[in-house]
Design a protein around this ligand. Sequence first.
Ligand code: LLP
Length: 418
Amino acid sequence: MNDFVYRDGVLYCEELKVSDIAAKVGTPFYLYSKNTFTSHLQHVEAAFGDLAHIVCYSVKANSNVAILSMMAREGAGADVVSGGELYRALKAGMDPQKIVFAGLGKTEQEIEYGLSEGILMFNVESSQELMLVNDVAQRLGTQASIALRVNPDIDAKTHPYIATGLKQSKFGIPLSQAMAEYEVAQKLPGLNPTGVHQHIGSQILEPGPFEASLRKVTNLAKSLKVLGLDIRYINIGGGFGIQYTDEDAPEPEQFAAGIVPILKETGCTAIMEVGRMIAGNAGILVTKVLLNKQGEDKRFVVVDAAMNDLIRPSLYQANHHIGPVVYREGAAEVKVDVVGPICESGDFLAQDRAIPEVQSGELLAVFTAGAYGFTMSSNYNSRTRLPEVLVSGRRAFVIRRRETYEDLVRGEAIPKDL
Ligand code: LLP
């Protein structure tokens, strides 16, 4: 379900025509639907409703403070991976007791920040980090609640860049070493081990890998309880896959069906760090056609958005559906590369894609761009980053303004004595 729908060939976001918004804010821009965001969250909440759980929305997917505040008001917590994400989550009004802090290279300052704000727990990824968290906690005269992120050696069957649960991966502590690390943690006065964490990858399109992995992880949790540890949380990570083009993506309840019984047995509260499933189809990228260009073998549609705005096609060969914002009657389908103006051959939004013929000035929508779209954007080629617009019913709010040239050089300095 999402709220980007065509009515008589015209694309709407909830009750507004996308073309009307484009006329007001200019192109390119990111456009989000409030209703899609909140109903996706509610859908996940309902699917896991039988289970004591906290949805910690994964801030890296879409970190605009307006989005985070919307998630907080709907009862979600946050999964953060940096001081910056923690700052955003707190600024948006997230309850610190629903914030978990992951990442395999947290700095001392970041650990201190999390501790002083009273977050729910840190997900720790190595024995050295375990010591560091203990040291910082002791220095502050407090105790850090922690989970160890274990690496269950599971093939999540996804793109290698976003698979994280294989033993070759840099993430987590091997399952075989986890028991020993927990025993160390138990003895350290600055630590309170309360959870077990896993995250096996992203854009996972079948429940099987979650179930296989969680069987291993819940067995560990049970053994830890026998050892006398007060394990109250099992964090299953994120990674639920969604439909971009023609993928057969399971619904939240299809993922939940196999997972819930495994988790229920433990008596623990489940934490899920859901990003893409909430944000992905809640956003689009709207771009304008600059020109058509016929190469020797290929036809190019040059648009005003580029890889700096949406890097997923270049980085992961991701296929985002692309369609006209307003279908023009009689436009024939043509096979094209949709490319941006950046000086890189890797700058494309789609390759060899059949779309209706479009002319200069027409608008295209790049769908499923709500997750890992704006958050992965950059200023490469000194392009200003895009505005973000949030629609609720008949109202549209600019939740981030378009950057200016001034913004581009903010913080830079030309030394006097140069
Ligand atoms: N938890 C942890 C520890 C993670 O590393 C991630 C994502 C998530 C949760 C959220 O995963 P999700 O539910 O969104 O799949 N930039 C890539 C995705 C990288 C994901 C990194 N970690 C992309 O555009 O596909």
